[in-house]
Design a binder for this molecule. Structure first.
Ligand code: XMP
Length: 512
């Protein structure tokens, strides 16, 4: 494997991700990890990540210098490069030209030799720079192996000692051949031959969870979405009945949703799901509530109450499992050490004090597409793997004004037609989210020879990468027409359908 020493760069996880894509196993550990701990992992090479600090800062992060004497190949990226330069006796200065963004990389061919780091790489390809310090004097035994317009030492190496360093970030998507350099480092220079995949990740996580949990019990809240389902399936593989997977039916779900979740858990995953049916309670609490924020708060509090009551039925719960993904982990994981756990605990939001469980977050190193791969590995059906996100407060924030049973049913019928048509036309998998909103606006219509005065439904379909920004989907007009016609014909009580053509920002995806 390859060990990545993390100096706190926002890109550290991307190094791991790129290596995983190349089917190379790697592990990220904090920069201060002792050399004995590193050798215990039996690595074939070490990568020093980037980081926000300067090597000349008073308390600049340092490595256990014994790593340089292991005879293993070492590669530094950005801060990692400067670390290597200084540790081997060179020097670093604050650069006059800060270099952020694209640069063209040119490979030095000394005596006709190209560094094995650049095997199969082309000249003039884009790499991504982001630094204000740069190497000034090369350490003894090092030579430049690539340069850019602003960086004579864009990459340096001591080929004999197999120590490499680069100023740019090969791990980011914008560095066109960065993945090749990471692959060359691992395969050609370190000699990693094993082909790693998600199946291995699964096995490792299972072993890790078993060790962490011991005889304790783990509570896991399920939303029916991909992330929490993958967590539950994974935990069940690892610890079986020590897992208590709780699905709260808040009565605000889409048509057939609870049944689908129950079916997947029973048939595909064979995980015994605890379903807490609290739909009546939620509806009682929501009666007469029209303000969006009050709705959200009411739902949040009620959820905790139900979840707590369910937890109290079991003794010996020590852990809470969550589907936190890497993008949710805002800051670097490992540099901060144990304090990180406290922070993500707040993400759970308002759990009572006695539920001060230890967190288990087996997906926190992964990106969404990797979670989907893991889900497939665990036997989740495609229907669940490709599901659109669905908000915790459910349909309540898609009914303008008061939430009640008849309106929920009306919305459910319109919503299921929309999803049906999107799936049939292939647009479901091409869009981020699609749903209907009940507007609480009545308008006049004519059906047959009769005047109608009925409800309006708004159809919202958006394209997004992460939900932070979004554009409305440019659906073909004939598809919109079919959706509108079916909703009006098939849902009694709706006589008008409108399409939301706002983007985010300034609108949000949800209406409340
Ligand atoms: P907005 O409406 O803020 O939504 O543009 C962005 C994304 O977040 C989802 N969303 C939620 N998800 N609990 C959730 O789990 C919530 O309270 C919540 N509110 C919004 C929304 O569906 C969209 O994907």
């Amino acid at each position: 494997s390859i060990i990545v020493l993390d100096f706190g760069s926002q890109y550290t996880q991307l190094i791991a991700r790129r290596l995983r894509e190349e089917r190379i196993y790697c592990e990220i550990v904090p920069y201060f990890t002792k050399v004995e701990e590193i050798t215990a992992k039996n690595p074939k090479g070490i990568i020093l990540s980037g980081g926000p600090a300067s090597v000349y800062d008073e308390d600049a992060y340092e490595v256990d210098k014994a790593i340089y004497d292991l005879g293993l190949p070492v590669m530094g990226i950005c801060y990692g490069m400067q670390r290597i330069a200084v540790d081997f006796g060179g020097s670093v200065i604050r650069s006059d030209h800060h270099e952020y963004g694209k640069a063209e990389l040119y490979i030095n061919e000394e005596h006709g030799n190209v560094s094995p780091l650049f095997e199969s790489c082309e000249n003039g390809r884009i790499v991504w720079m982001s630094h204000s310090d740069r190497v000034d004097v090369l350490p003894e035994g090092f030579a430049p192996i690539a340069y850019s317009d602003n960086s004579p030492f864009a990459a340096i190496a001591n080929e004999e000692k197999r120590v490499y360093a680069m100023q740019y970030h090969p791990e980011v998507q914008h560095s066109e051949e960065g993945y090749l350099m990471l692959r060359n480092f691992a395969r050609k220079i370190c000699g990693v031959t094993e082909k790693w995949d998600m199946g291995h990740f699964l096995k490792e996580q299972i072993a890790k969870i078993k060790e962490q949990v011991g005889e304790g019990k783990v509570l896991c809240g399920l939303s029916g979405g991909v992330d929490s389902s993958v967590v539950a399936a994974l935990l069940y593989e690892a610890i079986g009945d020590q897992l208590i997977p709780v699905f709260v039916d808040n009565g605000l779900l889409r048509k057939g949703e609870r049944e689908q979740v129950e079916e997947v858990f029973k048939v595909n995953l064979k995980v015994p799901l605890v379903v807490a049916d609290a739909s009546e309670l939620f509806l009682e609490r929501l009666a007469g509530v029209t303000d969006p924020e009050t709705k959200r708060k009411t739902i949040g509090h009620t959820f905790i109450e139900v979840f707590e009551a369910e937890a109290k039925k079991h003794s010996g719960i020590k852990f809470l499992a969550q589907g936190t993904l890497y993008p949710d982990v805002i800051e670097s994981v490992s540099v901060k050490g144990p304090s990180e756990t406290i922070k993500s605990h707040h993400n759970v939001g308002g759990l009572p004090d006695w539920m001060d469980f230890e967190l288990i977050e087996p997906l926190r190193e992964l990106f969404k597409d990797e979670v989907r791969k893991l889900g497939r590995e665990l036997g989740l059906p495609e229907s669940m793997i490709n599901r659109h996100p669905f908000p915790g407060p459910g349909l309540a924030i898609r009914i303008m004004g008061d939430v009640n049973k008849p309106d929920l049913n009306l919305l459910r019928e319109a919503d299921v037609i929309l999803l049906d048509e999107l799936k049939a036309s292939g647009y479901y998998t091409r869009t981020w989210q699609a749903f209907a909103v009940l507007l609480n606006v009545k308008s006049v219509g004519v059906m047959g020879d009769n005047r109608t005065y009925d409800n309006t439904v708004c159809v919202r379909v958006v394209e997004a990468v992460d939900g932070m920004t979004a554009t409305f989907a440019h659906l073909p007009h004939d598809l919109l027409e079919r959706i509108s016609r079916r909703i009006i014909n098939e849902v009694d009580g709706i006589n008008r359908v409108v399409y939301d053509i706002s983007s985010k920002p300034p609108a949000t995806i949800e209406w409340e």
